[in-house]
Design a protein around this ligand. Structure first.
Ligand code: NAP
Length: 306
């Protein structure tokens, strides 16, 4: 595979950046990869596990000479990082990010991008509940989508090149308008996380009443909520603070549906419940058909003792 970027700089060395490093190395789509994280502890871990070809101690150092700079920090931190890196960017370089919300990133990072540097925001639709430099793995992006959200007027060649890079990391790409991106992600990712956080919070309150039973019998659906609700608190705080409009809009719709189901339960409307659950079951089937999850029972979990 031809090298797509000779020099890549990763800022933030958590789940997403480390997975980008390992998957890029798999195919040889990138040349030299330098990395930077704000804490000495993370930089130390990166050096120990061989994450990045070189680990730098400053933002100025990591971006110098890079053809592609990837911002892989929480959405709320992107603006400050962009301000610090801007004077050190190489003319002709591309800056991208992997933030889960796009309008805020464009508003907060865009103004710092120098004239001769391209800015191509993107969002890989892949992740796990783990975080930090040791959580990444080479196959995270395989067969997943990466949404590319170029602001108006972005150089088409720079967008094509970033897409080629994501293809090399194993992803499919789709270009999307920023407003649409933030709405779609509110539905498929942000609200489901909020619901999981709420459900686990409610169960935690209940646990005080039912002692340990919530944990003991957790296989019955609750366990899947706890996986999602174990996701990084900083990242998710920033997602909700920065995708306020879309999440509030979707929460409104969710609440209406919940009330409708509550009413069906109260009035004993089994027909409505059955029709609703039949409709949702087909959504699961389409996710499987699209190759976005496994058909194995219990998501392919290995059962303890088997
Ligand atoms: P992560 O594993 O928690 O790593 C975050 C990295 O950002 C760490 O290196 C951390 O540095 C650094 N960081 C945290 N706060 C910072 C600040 N205020 N200033 C500078 N650096 C800071 O996070 P991640 O899961 O890779 O997420 C990174 C980005 O990807 C986020 O914008 C997130 O929205 C997006 N994303 C995440 C997922 C997912 O499922 N996790 C999926 C798609 C997109 P230290 O280690 O030194 O603290």
């Amino acid at each position: 595979m031809p090298v797509i970027y000779d020099k890549v700089a990763l800022i933030g060395l958590g789940l997403i950046a480390s997975s980008m490093f390992w998957s890029g190395k798999r195919t040889g789509a990138v040349g030299h990869v330098s990395g930077f994280a704000r804490s000495a502890e993370t930089r130390e871990t990166a050096r120990r596990i061989g994450l990045c070809d070189s680990v730098c101690d400053s933002i100025a150092e990591v971006v110098a000479d890079a053809d592609l700079v990837v911002l892989a920090v929480p959405v709320g931190a992107m603006g400050a990082v962009a301000r610090e890196m801007a004077p050190h960017l190489k003319p002709g370089a591309t800056v991208t990010d992997v933030g889960s919300v796009k309008q805020t990133v464009i508003d907060n990072v865009g103004p710092y991008i120098p004239e001769r540097v391209h800015f191509v925001p993107a969002h890989p639709m892949a992740g796990t509940e783990h975080s930090g430099p040791e959580s990444g793995f080479a196959t995270l992006f395989d067969n997943r989508w990466c949404l590319v959200v170029p602001p108006e007027g972005t150089d088409p060649a720079a967008v094509d090149r970033l897409e080629a890079y994501w293809h090399a990391l194993g992803s499919q790409t789709e270009r999307m308008d920023v407003e649409h991106h933030d709405l779609v992600c509110a539905v498929v990712s942000h609200i489901p996380h909020l619901i999981a956080y709420t459900m686990v919070g409610v169960a935690d309150d209940l646990r005080r009443v039912t002692d340990q039973e919530v944990i003991k019998f957790s296989a019955a659906g609750f366990r899947d909520f706890t996986r999602i609700a174990a996701s990084d608190p900083t990242m998710w705080r920033d997602v909700f603070l920065t995708n306020k409009d879309a999440t509030i809009e979707m929460l409104g719709r969710f609440t209406e549906e919940l009330f409708a189901l509550q009413r069906a339960i109260r009035t004993g409307d089994g027909e409505q419940l059955h029709a609703y659950f039949t409709r949702t079951r087909t959504i699961r089937r389409s996710i499987l058909e699209a190759g976005q999850d496994t058909d194995k029972p219990d998501f392919g979990r290995v059962q303890v003792g088997k």
